[in-house]
Write a protein that binds this ligand. Structure first.
Ligand code: NAP
Length: 319
């Protein structure tokens, strides 16, 4: 189906997600004009140099003037303040959405600032890399990925349908979810693995009996995959954990129990328990490949980074 472009889209935040949205909107002709705002003059200048927006604005309020679609592409903890800053400049009938990795807290912080004649449709593209900033974006980031929308109860259908069509035009499949459920699902699929990566990398760096030089030199084991995750933006992840506290803490309790069970099996030489656990885990990896969410390449992850990314996965199955 042909997508009717938005007349004007405003991108608030031009890091990995904002710049990738710009690239895909240019490629697929999803917006006639793109206006941008970023907090620092450095990012604003770079965004203009890269052609990420037709106009860059020092104030977010100026960027959203007359925009039909406004994307908040800033860290989760900054969404409320940005929404407050743009509130009075939003065009009646405009759609405001976001890309934050946590949904309930963003809804709590943003909703109070959205005027009654503006549609707020929260969203989260399940796509990313460990890179950040305006140079890190690329047009295919959202291809063959899911985008989850978490509309508020009683929202109009038309803006949800329009945003769904937008994400589909970016190459994504769209799911609608309850925000609390989104936060619980993402706590296991994204937030906890990230926390484990930050933790294991710093634990290894602090070990006294193994030198930092050795950690780096012999990193070809599983450790190297953790370092890729741990290279992600610390501000973004700080905000994720501060704003998805309940779901992550609940999950950490369960995770610690399971880890203790493994610890006990190692101590008591319970090879059967270890084998069964590892075998089940291997089966889950197989199902992720079958669902088209990764490739069978033996060094998974490393070939799918940043600008060089070639999407080799198939489109997600409809649930
Ligand atoms: P990023 O590359 O670090 O870019 C962040 C952008 O937000 C920059 O333009 C930055 O401006 C601006 N910003 C930072 N703090 C701000 C503040 N306090 N007030 C106003 N603007 C601020 O981040 P990103 O990876 O694009 O992430 C943006 C959002 O997407 C986050 O909510 C994140 O949870 C979500 N997300 C990320 C991923 C991922 O893998 N990275 C995936 C899905 C969703 P300056 O550069 O001018 O400082």
């Amino acid at each position: 189906m042909v997508f009717e472009p938005f007349e004007k889209v405003a991108l608030i935040g031009l890091g990995l997600i904002g710049s990738s949205l710009s690239h895909v909107m240019r490629r697929e002709k999803l917006a006639r004009t793109i206006a941008g705002h970023s907090r620092s003059a450095e990012t604003r200048d770079r965004a203009l140099e890269l052609g990420l927006a037709d106009s860059m604005h020092e104030s977010a309020a100026d960027a959203v003037c007359d925009a039909d679609l406004v994307f908040l592409c800033v860290p989760v903890g900054a969404c409320g303040a940005v929404a407050e800053a743009i509130s009075k400049s939003l065009k009646p009938g405009a759609i405001v959405t976001d890309v934050g990795s946590v949904k309930s807290a963003v809804i709590r912080d943003v909703s109070p600032h959205i005027p009654g004649n503006v549609h707020f449709v929260p969203g989260h593209p399940i796509a990313g890399t460990e890179y950040s900033g305006p140079d890190s974006g690329f047009a295919s980031l959202f291809e063959n990925r899911w985008c989850i929308l978490t509309p508020l109860a009683g929202s109009d259908e038309q803006p949800i349908a329009r945003l769904t069509a937008f994400w589909q035009a970016c190459g994504s499949s769209v799911d609608i979810m309850d925000p609390d459920h989104h936060d619980r699902v993402l706590s296991i699929t994204s937030h906890l693995p990230q926390l484990i990566a930050f933790n294991i990398v710093t634990t290894a760096a602090d070990l006294e009996e193994v030198t930092q030089r050795e950690v780096i030199k012999y990193s070809a084991g599983g450790f190297r995959d953790f370092t890729r995750l741990a290279a992600s933006d610390p501000t973004m992840w700080r905000d994720v954990f501060l704003n998805n506290r309940k779901a992550v803490l609940e999950l950490l309790g369960r995770f610690s129990e399971d880890l203790s069970a493994l610890q006990r099996a190692i101590r008591w030489g319970d090879g059967g328990m270890l084998f069964d656990t590892f075998d089940r885990a291997r089966g889950i990896r197989k199902r992720i490949i079958e669902a088209g969410q990764d490739t069978e390449k033996p060094d998974f992850g490393r070939g799918a980074q940043g600008q060089d990314q070639k999407v080799m996965v198939k489109r997600p199955e409809e649930p």
